[in-house]
Design a protein around this ligand. Structure first.
Ligand code: OAD
Length: 248
């Protein structure tokens, strides 16, 4: 695939003082982590993530939800960051201020070396209890699934945001601040269908700063962006970032 990056865009990114990036599941697709709205494969193909990632689903069938997340945790632990994650980690080293806002729960940005990462939807590697939010790192193997919290006895669950739950306050606050201050905003691999994350790039649009989207498919955000770079993040981002770093 031939990727062409407008030279005007390279100049704008090279001169940016604060770059903010919003990523979604698409950036991890090339690491083998399935996106949410693409067809699921294998054992869990018949389950819709939107039906499992809710407090109601957990109340109704905690075992099913726990096992689905255990499967995803296993998948994510075997996945490796791809050139898209690595390109963003490289870019961070060259930009005076850099904020990476992610909807992903897979830790792949951090594992690629990104430093200033805001996780809007939590992290699948952390486990907390359902009632009091105690963080738990180990638990005894129990007959009962999910296991229970050693402190309060409530059921354990992943520390991720489910549909209908609030986003972590500090993370959302920092993400909004970044979108209100950045002079360059890059959106990568999100369908921009889930709020409030989907509206974050619009704060940058409203301020008239440079906005860019990387995604093989157009999204509700595309028409608002100054630049749309169609294609997989693992191919487009390395080309964009080397053009910028090469031009330094
Ligand atoms: P989605 O699954 O909704 O969207 C994935 C996006 O990635 C789509 O727009 C694809 O076109 C794009 N895509 C696919 N492959 C790509 C690639 N190689 N490079 C770049 N883009 C690619 O995922 P999100 O937008 O992240 O929330 O979904 C948002 C939230 O909804 C998730 O965080 C999750 C979900 O349900 C919670 O769990 C709370």
């Amino acid at each position: 695939m031939r990727i062409s990056i407008p030279s005007e865009l390279v100049d704008l990114l090279r001169n940016a003082q604060h770059v903010a990036v919003l990523t979604g599941a698409g950036i991890s697709a090339e690491s083998g982590v399935p996106t949410f709205r693409d067809a699921q494969t294998g054992l869990w193909a018949k389950y819709d993530p939107q039906e499992l990632a809710t407090p109601e689903a957990f109340r109704k069938n905690p075992r099913l939800v726990w096992e689905w997340y255990a499967w995803r945790r296993e998948l994510v632990s075997k996945a490796e960051p791809n050139p898209g994650h690595q390109a963003l980690a490289e870019l961070e080293k060259f930009v005076p201020q850099f904020t990476l806002i992610t909807q992903n729960i897979d830790s792949l940005h951090t594992r690629a070396g990104s430093q200033n990462v805001i996780e809007l939807h939590g992290n699948i590697t952390r486990t907390k209890c359902a009632d009091e939010g105690h963080f738990v790192t180990t638990w005894e193997q129990q007959e009962e699934v999910p296991p229970r919290c050693p402190y309060c006895g409530s059921l354990l669950r992943p520390d991720v945001v489910w549909f209908g739950e609030s986003l972590p306050y500090e993370a959302l606050k920092k993400a909004l601040e970044a979108a209100q201050k950045a002079d360059f905003f890059l959106t990568v691999g999100t369908s921009a269908l889930v709020q409030p994350a989907a509206s974050i790039p619009l704060l940058a649009v409203e301020r008239g700063v440079t906005t860019v989207e990387v995604n093989p498919q157009k999204t509700p955000l595309t028409s608002y962006m100054d630049f749309y770079l169609p294609g997989p993040a693992g191919e487009v981002l390395p080309v964009l970032v080397s053009a910028v770093l090469g031009a330094k």
